[in-house]
Structure formats: C-alpha cells, structure tokens
Design a binder for this molecule. Structure first.
Ligand code: WT7
Length: 630
C-alpha cells in the first residue's frame, strides 16, 4: 500500500516507466491457479487490450476462499435494512462463502454454465451480492439491471445480451413504499424469449404470482443444493460481467468487463484511495446496479478482505438523518456517496446531522459528478468535522475503477479537484484540433483522454465492438477519450469540468455548464442549478439557468439579478445567464445526473421529441418545468 506522498510519486513513476513490472507485482499478491504468460498486449487503434493473458483464476476465490484461513470470522457484509426496526445482518466471510457456493450450485442445477448470461434485477439485499458472486463462481456473466428501471428497460437489456436466466425478488422496500419487482419482471418477460428460468427471492411475505415451469423460488431451489462448489477456472480475459450504461444516443451500451484485470484494478484502487485498515467499516451508498456498487461495494472491498456495508433504504427515511444514524450505529469509518445526495442532505436542518455521533468517520468520498465547492465544504465541515480527507474520485462505468483521485490523507484534496492520476493511469488533455496539451508547468484546459491501458478498463461493448471503437477510440486516434472536459493546473492536478457535450460556446467562449452552475450554487439561497445553452442570434448560444431555491425562499426578480451577478463576478460577464428560471426540481437519472439534454428540449419547446424518459428518477418534473419556461 502507498503510505506517503513519496511512495505515491515513486509508484507513479514506475507505473509509467515499467508498467508491466509495476502491475505484475500487484497482480502477484492475488491467488491465481496458473500465472499469466504475458502481462499486457494492447492496441488502441483496433482497439484491443489484454491483461494477464494465460493467467487462470476465479475472482470469488480471491474475494472469499483466500480470506477464510486468516479471517473467516470477520464480517464481510453488514446489511442495513430499509426499516430501522428490522435487524441488520452481519455476514462473515465464511458464511458468505457458504451462501455463494450453495447458490452457485442452484445456478448449475438450473442449467447455467460458463459464459451464459444471467440478468439480475434485485433490491439492495445480501442476496444480490450472493447472486452476483455465484455467477462469477461458475463463470456465468452477470448483467445487473438497477431495480428502479422499467420493464421496457429490463427487456431491452436482457435481449441485447440474450440472458438465459433472470434473478429477482418478489418485492422491494423503499422508504414507506413497497414495489412489486416481480410484476415489473413479468411485464418484461412477455418480450424476452431467451429467458428459460426466473429465480425469485421472497423479500416480503406477500403472495407472488409464479409461472409454472419458468419461475422458481430461491429458497426452494436452495433446499436441493449442496454447499460444496468447485469454482470454474477462468482465463484472465474471460468475461466477468456486462453492465449497461447510457450513451448519447438512445440504446444503452453493454460494457464488458473481464476477470483478471478488473479484480486487480478494483482491489488496488480501493485499498489505496481509501487507505483501508484492518478493522475499518466501509460504506458506499451507491446501488449495486451501478458500476460504483460493482467495483466498490462488492469486488474491490471483498478482494481486499474489508467489511462493506449494504444499505437497502433511502437517505430520507424515516428522516433525513438516516445516513448519519447508520454511520453512528455501525461505526462507519469510510463513507462514499454522490454530490447529489450531499446537496439534498445539506438542504435539511443541520439537527439531522448534529443528533448523531460521527466520530468514527475517517475518510469521506464523492463520485458521479463534479462536486461543487459549496457541497464540498458542507461535507467537509459538517460530516468530516474538518478531520476527514475527502476523496473526489473520477472514473466511469467504462474505466471499471477509479482513475483520478486523491489518496486519502496522502495526496492533497482541494475542492473541485479530482487531483492526481492513480499509479498506472496516464491522462492527458487534448485541444479541439486533437493536439495534446502537454506543456510542463503550464495549465491546460480541454478534453480528457488516456494514453495507456489500465487493467480494469472495459474491453468492448457487448456485441458491438464497432460502437466501442467509435465512441471511445476514434476522437483521438490511439487514445481512449472519456467524453469529459478537464482542466489541469500547473502542478498537474486535474479538475473535471463536466461532459464535453455540456460545453456551451457563448460568443466564441468555451463555457462549461458545470463552471457556471458552481458559481450559481455559491449563492446562499440556491440549492442546486442546471445550466444549458440555447441558440442566440448574436452570441451563437446564450445560457439558460434552472435554479432550485431553499424551501423557505421566495423567488423574485431581485434574486434573479443577484444570481446573474454572482456568475458575472465569479466567472465574468460573458457567463451571465440570459434567463433564470426557478424550478422545484431537475430531471435526473437515477444515478443523480442532471439530464441537460431534456432541459434543452423543454426550452426549445420540443417536448414531443424528448425521447424515453422512463429512466428518469422524476419524469413528472418535465411538465412542471415546461409550465414555467420563459
Ligand atoms: C461520468 C461517468 C464512476 C461511477 C459513477 C458514474 C462523471 C464521475 C466524477 C467526479 C466529476 C465525475 C463524469 C464521468 N463523474 N465521477 N468525481 N468528478 N465528474 O459512472 O455513470 O459511468 O458516469 O460521471 O462525467 O464521465 P458513469
């Protein structure tokens, strides 16, 4: 593990000068059935990347079996239910091992073999972790679909990868609501001919409709299975899972992650970014349905032998203090969440925080979007009490693991900076003409690309290698293009400026919507904002700002003026939004990203062509915003 800034610099230099030797050494700390013959083979033009070729392993032997001897009785997963009165579950490494083996046998009994795709649509319960690890144990490829997606979205994903089995639960609790997941699945299953079997976990006692011959209860199947399950031997480059992520066009992209590199990458970044120690209790609040949950609730933490928390509920139930109550109750040491959650909680009376003892916390994390300065400070002051380094971790579904981030307490953590690349990561900044801005000791702003492969990167898009090449490797030939913009200061620290498709050119000036939003969010009466570009006769584009105010604040013209002024003073008059509209909410994806594309459609009165809004967290807000458009 990296312990000092000097260690970091040394590791970084080595990872660039001798990348193969660098990763060999890290990979050797894992359990392989057979060592690899070739560390790396790559070509970003094809594109083709292979790590640890010829190596044989099973990732679950690394996440489970190898911990049994030394720490079989250590808690692997602490599960915290939606209802605070229901008991938490503490599952040791040994117990998890047995459960995974047994369920893996259930999969085998039902005809699932190495390479088969299994769709998992489950709530945040330990059985979701068990199901995914059981797939990995027998070499089946899991495709987890976030249990908030619609039946259409499930069907689309199942059909794209021809899943043979669907694993789900009858119902899910979310705050005071109970959602019938099985009914949503049944709707999807009308359209998914590849599915042969549906396994249903009973989360509630409600009666569940089952289709004879196709649907089977988890518990009944478990009765027929033994605990002994030989793990399938996988090649390092065998597929581990598919995870769908939205693209700028309609169809989701099935990102393919493979076994060896993903394991090495997630465990290495987990340990070093969070600086995990033996008795830590680590909690990532993401859903396992997203890459954050795959890499940093399950695979990274378990490969590292850590204790990882899984939370079934929502931050506002039974009240807005729930996160902090759980931190206190479980003595959480590492807390990793998204800026959107931080902003939502920062809106609430501070008593929700102050009621709880947060003294167990050592490290805070942020992921998913740029964390604005105000949210950063709120998080730092009120949750970390100024004592917990904040790791602002930049990465993507496609990168599999954290790429740019402070190492907790070791490298500097400045608000709005994701800071430095991790060892093994070679970022660069490109200008619009495709030239690399690599001047030393000079700042640069442009597009964020990567010059060298890293072990956890996605290898392709399932069944669509052409699209993979087109989206990530054609903008800057020979490099991986992230789709994000970034600024690098003279000391080499990176600040992510947002998706480049969210960059607006106003009178020939390049403005990141995130930069303008940051400025607006600095206003003490503003909770959150979203800025988009609208066509303008003279300037080419003008900025239009949607602003959410604190509950008790009355919108007014004076306030509008103040907001325009604050932008003018922080960035410059050029960035002043032409219009400011006060709104009650913003259209967001379930991972919390503001859908600026939808806001643009609303402004240009093009609601008919808004596209599929079923993946939005709050589709009802569209009408509400449209009413207020100026
Ligand atoms: C996009 C990837 C990584 C897991 C969750 C999202 C944005 C992510 C940060 C950060 C600024 C960030 C980027 C990136 N993003 N983390 N720390 N600072 N932006 O995964 O859905 O694949 O989204 O999220 O724009 O490209 P994803």
């Amino acid at each position: 593990m990296i312990n000092t800034f000097a260690d970091y610099k040394k590791a970084y230099r080595r990872s660039v000068e001798e990348p193969e030797a660098f990763w060999d050494e890290i990979a050797e700390t894992f359990t392989w059935r057979k060592k690899w013959d070739k560390t790396l083979e790559w070509d970003f033009h094809e594109p083709q990347v292979k790590w640890f070729q010829g190596g044989k392993l099973n990732i679950t032997e690394n996440c489970l079996d190898r911990h049994l001897e030394k720490q079989g009785n250590k808690t692997a997963i602490i599960w915290e239910p939606n209802d605070p009165d229901e008991e938490s579950r503490h599952i040791t490494y040994r117990q998890l091992f047995v459960k995974v083996c047994r369920f893996a046998n259930v999969l085998r009994q039902n005809g699932i073999k190495k390479g088969d795709r299994v769709c998992i649509y489950m709530p945040m319960i330990p059985e979701l972790a068990i199901a995914m690890l059981a797939c990995a144990r027998i070499g089946a490829v899991h495709s987890i679909v976030f249990a908030g997606f619609s039946s259409q979205a499930i069907a689309k994903r199942i059909n794209d990868s021809q899943c043979k089995m669907l694993i789900t639960a009858n119902e899910v609790y979310r705050g005071t609501k109970r959602v019938n997941l099985k009914a949503i699945c049944d709707e999807a299953l009308k359209d998914t001919p590849s599915i042969e079997t549906v396994l249903v976990y009973r989360r509630t006692v409600e009666p569940t409709e089952m289709q004879e011959g196709r649907d089977k209860f988890w518990f009944e199947e478990l009765q027929k299975a033994t605990d002994d399950c030989q793990a399938e031997e996988m090649d390092a480059e065998d597929m581990l899972f598919i995870l769908y992520t939205s693209g700028s066009t309609g169809t989701p992209k099935g990102m393919v992650h493979t076994t060896g590199g993903y394991m090495v990458g997630t465990a290495y970044t987990f340990e070093n970014v969070f600086q995990i120690e033996k008795d830590d209790v680590y909690w990532c609040t993401a859903d396992i349905g997203w890459i954050t949950g795959h890499s940093y609730i399950i695979y990274g933490p378990l490969a590292a032998g850590a204790t990882t928390v899984m939370f079934e509920g929502i931050p506002s139930y039974p009240d807005y203090g729930r996160f902090w109550e759980i931190c206190e109750k479980l003595k959480v040491t590492h807390f990793y969440t998204a800026p959107t959650a931080i902003r939502a909680l920062a809106r609430q009376p501070i008593e929700f925080v102050e009621k709880h003892d947060l003294s167990s916390l050592k490290v805070l994390g942020s992921v998913g979007e740029p964390i604005n300065e105000e949210a950063w400070h709120w998080y730092n002051d009120n949750i970390g009490k100024g004592n917990c380094p904040i790791v602002d971790t930049w990465w993507q579904t496609e990168t599999g693991a954290i790429m740019i981030s402070p190492l907790a307490g070791i490298t500097s953590a400045r608000p709005t900076f994701a800071s430095l690349p991790l060892p093994g990561v070679q970022p660069t900044i490109m200008d619009d003409q495709g030239r690399e801005l690599n001047g030393r000791r000079e700042s640069a702003e442009g597009r964020l690309a990567f010059k060298f492969p890293w072990p956890a990167m996605a290898r392709t898009i399932y069944n669509n290698h052409e699209r993979y090449k087109d989206v990530y490797f054609s903008t800057f030939p020979g490099m991986y293009f992230s789709g994000d913009g970034a600024y690098r200061d003279a000391t080499g620290n990176y600040r992510i400026t947002g998706r480049v498709d969210d960059v607006v050119i106003v009178s020939g000036h390049n403005l990141g919507t995130a930069t303008v939003e940051n400025a607006i969010n600095e206003h003490e009466k503003v909770v959150e904002s979203a800025v988009v570009g609208v066509p303008h006769d003279v300037k080419g584009n003008a900025l239009y700002a949607f602003v959410i105010l604190y509950d008790h604040v009355e919108p007014s013209e004076a306030l509008e003026k103040e907001i325009r002024e604050i932008v003018s003073t922080t960035i410059g008059p050029i960035a002043k939004p032409d219009k400011v509209q006060f709104v009650n909410g913003l259209p967001k994806t379930r991972s919390g990203k503001i859908m600026r594309r939808i806001l643009r459609k609303i402004i240009t009165n093009d609601i008919e062509n808004i596209g599929d809004t079923s993946t939005l967290l709050n589709p009802e807000i569209i009408e509400d915003i449209a009413q207020g458009v100026k």
